[in-house]
Design a protein around this ligand. Structure first.
Ligand SMILES: Cc1cc2nc3c(=O)[nH]c(=O)nc-3n(C[C@H](O)[C@H](O)[C@H](O)COP(=O)(O)O)c2cc1C
Length: 126
């Protein structure tokens, strides 16, 4: 099992509509590929975790990285793991509140905290 996390940006004014629009197709495609994960959006900042077979995830990430709907695409972590964080989700979508992010603490978007962030969202119903 392979997990890749990236960050990117999109205009905050259109991010919610853009992401909810693309999620329907993305979830169907992820389900057919055996890919699960989490898509986070906050104020124009995007973070996505994709988990599944390594070659499949890398091929999908190559497509997503070229998508003109976002920019400043940057892979922050890649790792082999025994289990999935989001086994039940073809792509969970969360727009966290400031209060939730306060619980997680400072620098929640940092590479060094990506595992903690995924663990928090996989353990909390938001
Ligand atoms: C922020 C963001 C996240 C995306 N996440 C996914 C995803 O999880 N799965 C997916 O299939 N496409 C995702 N896409 C869409 C892909 O970039 C691409 O449009 C899509 O995979 C093409 O599918 P198609 O080859 O069936 O036309 C995402 C796009 C953006 C901008």
């Amino acid at each position: 099992m392979f997990t890749l996390v990236y960050t990117s940006r999109m205009p905050a004014s259109t991010a919610n509509t853009t992401l909810t629009d693309l999620l329907v197709a993305a979830r169907a495609k992820n389900a057919s590929l055996g890919v699960t994960g989490l898509l986070l959006h906050k104020s124009g900042k995007v973070m996505q975790a994709l988990e599944g077979d390594e070659a499949t995830v890398r091929a999908l990430v190559a497509v997503i990285s070229l998508d003109p709907r976002h920019k400043d695409f940057w892979v922050i972590t890649e790792e082999n793991r025994d289990t999935r964080f989001f086994a039940d989700w073809s792509m969970r979508f969360i727009e966290p509140t400031d209060a939730q992010l306060d619980v997680i603490g400072p620098n929640y978007w940092a590479e060094s905290r990506a595992d903690e962030l995924l663990t928090w969202f996989s353990n909390n119903q938001v």
